[in-house]
Write a protein that binds this ligand. Structure first.
Ligand SMILES: Nc1ncnc2c1ncn2[C@@H]1O[C@H](COP(=O)(O)OP(=O)(O)OP(=O)(O)O)[C@@H](O)[C@H]1O
Ligand SMILES: [Mg+2]
Length: 363
C-alpha cells in the first residue's frame, strides 16, 4: 500500500488467517446492513447479521444527507445485534469516488508512491488537496515487460469525513474505508475465489447498480449506474397514484396486487430490461477490449436481485449464465442463534456487508 493520509483509507488489504475481522457495515440508500464473521476452518461463522431501514433521503448518491438519522439507525442496529467488536469497515461509491486503472513504468514501492502523489492530478478530475488517495500495484507485468497496471482510488475528503464523523457519533471506530466495487469483489473471492474465470458481479440496490467485471481476480471494468429497485416502486406509485409505502409493499408482495398483478409485473419487467440494457453495454465494452476472454457467468446481488425470475431474464437477454449471489456459501451459522431461512432471505442484500466483514483488522 502507498503512503496514507490519516485516517487510513485502504482497500483490499491482504487477508491474513488468524486475525480478527472487522464488522462489515454497508450503508446503502435503502438500509444499513451489518455483518460480523469469525474464521472457521477455510470458511467463516456468522457472529452477527442484520439490517435496518433508513428514513428516505438520509443517504443519496453515496452522500450522507442526514448524518444524525443515519447514526441513530446504526446505533439501534448495533445494539439490537449485540455486536461487541466496535471496529468497522465501510465502503463508499458515487460521484465522489474515482477508481481508475493506469499503466505505469515498473517502479519500486517508494518511487511509485511519490510518483502517484506527484502525478495523481492528471488522472483524477478533483483537486488533489480535496481527496484521499490510495493505490495498488496490480503487478501485471510479465518478465520482459517494464510496465504494470496500477489501480488508483481517489475519494473526496468531505464525503469520507462525513461518514467518519457519523460513525464516531454512532459509537463505532472505522478501521477500513473500502470502495463498493472492491467489497463486492472481496465477497465473491471469500466464497468462490481462486478459480480461473471471468465473472460479471452485478449489485442492484435501491438507487444504483454496480457492475464489476473481474478476470482471474482482477477488476477489469467497474461502473455505477443510477438505476435501482426504487425505480420499480416509483413507477408503481405513479402508475396507480398511491403512496410510496403502499407501492413498496405491493412490489415486495406484502400487499396483494389483486387484479393489478399483470400491470405490476409489466413494470418490473420494464425496469429489469433497463438493467439488462446497461449490463449489455458493459459486456460490449468489455468484449471490445478482450474479444477472446469469454465471460463465464454473471452473479447478481443486492435487494434488486430478489425480483422474481431476474436471473433467467438476464441469462436469456445476454446469453451469459446468471445466478444469484449466495454470500454465505462458505459460512456456517449457529442455527439456534441465527435462523437459516433468515440468512437465505437476506443473502443477496448482505453481499457487500459480508465482503467488508472479511477484512482483517489489527487489534
Ligand atoms: N423481492 C424484491 N423484489 C424487488 N425489489 C426488492 C425485493 N426485495 C428487496 N427489494 C428492493 O431492494 C432495495 C434494497 O436493496 P439493497 O439493500 O441492496 O439497497 P441499498 O444497498 O440500501 O441501496 P443502494 O446500494 O442503491 O444505495 C429496495 O429498493 C427494496 O425494495
Ligand atoms: Mg447497496
Amino acid at each position: 500500500m502507498g503512503r496514507m493520509s490519516l485516517p487510513d483509507i485502504t482497500f483490499r488489504l491482504p487477508f491474513m488467517k488468524g486475525q480478527k475481522l472487522s464488522v462489515g457495515l454497508d450503508i446503502g440508500s435503502h438500509s444499513i446492513k451489518a455483518c460480523q464473521l469469525e474464521e472457521l476452518g477455510d470458511g467463516y461463522r456468522i457472529v452477527g447479521l442484520g439490517s435496518a431501514i433508513l428514513p428516505g433521503g438520509a443517504v443519496e448518491d453515496g452522500v450522507l444527507q442526514e448524518p444524525e438519522m443515519v447514526a441513530e439507525t446504526l446505533k439501534r442496529l448495533i445494539s439490537n445485534l449485540k455486536i461487541k467488536g466496535r471496529k468497522v469497515a465501510i465502503s463508499v461509491s458515487g460521484y465522489s469516488v474515482i477508481v481508475k486503472k493506469i499503466n505505469l513504468a515498473v517502479m519500486e514501492e517508494e518511487e511509485l508512491s511519490s510518483h502517484i502523489q506527484a502525478e495523481a492530478e492528471q488522472y483524477i478530475p478533483f483537486d488533489i488537496e480535496d481527496v484521499y488517495l490510495d493505490y495498488q500495484d496490480l503487478k501485471t507485468n510479465t518478465e520482459n515487460e517494464d510496465r504494470t497496471d496500477v489501480m488508483l482510488v481517489a475519494a473526496k475528503r468531505d464525503m469520507v469525513d462525513g461518514y467518519l464523523e457519523m460513525l464516531k457519533d454512532a459509537g463505532v471506530k472505522p478501521v477500513v474505508v473500502d470502495v463498493d466495487a472492491f467489497a463486492l469483489e472481496n465477497a465473491y473471492g471469500a466464497n468462490f475465489g481462486g478459480k480461473k474465470e471471468v465473472v460479471a458481479l452485478i449489485d442492484i440496490g435501491a438507487s444504483k447498480m454496480n457492475i464489476n467485471i473481474v478476470s482471474h481476480g482482477t477488476s477489469i471494468l467497474a461502473r455505477d449506474v443510477v438505476l435501482g429497485s426504487r425505480l420499480i416502486t416509483e413507477q408503481i406509485q405513479s402508475h396507480f397514484d398511491i403512496s410510496f409505502e403502499d407501492a413498496e409493499a405491493i412490489k415486495l408482495g406484502i400487499k396483494d396486487a389483486g387484479e393489478d398483478k399483470k400491470e405490476i409485473d409489466d413494470i418490473c419487467v420494464n425496469v429489469c430490461t433497463q438493467w439488462v440494457t446497461e449490463v449489455k453495454r458493459a459486456l460490449d465494452f468489455y468484449y471490445s477490449n478482450y474479444p477472446d476472454e469469454t465471460i463465464n457467468k454473471m452473479v447478481l446481488s443486492g435487494g434488486g436481485a430478489k425480483v422474481k425470475g431476474i436471473a433467467q431474464l438476464f441469462s436469456e437477454e445476454t446469453g451469459v449464465r446468471t445466478e444469484i449471489f449466495n454470500p454465505f456459501a462458505r459460512t456456517d451459522a449457529n442455527p439456534a442463534k441465527i435462523d437459516p431461512d433468515y440468512t437465505k432471505y437476506l443473502g443477496p442484500e448482505m453481499t457487500l456487508a459480508t465482503g467488508l466483514a472479511t477484512r482483517a483488522v489489527a487489534f
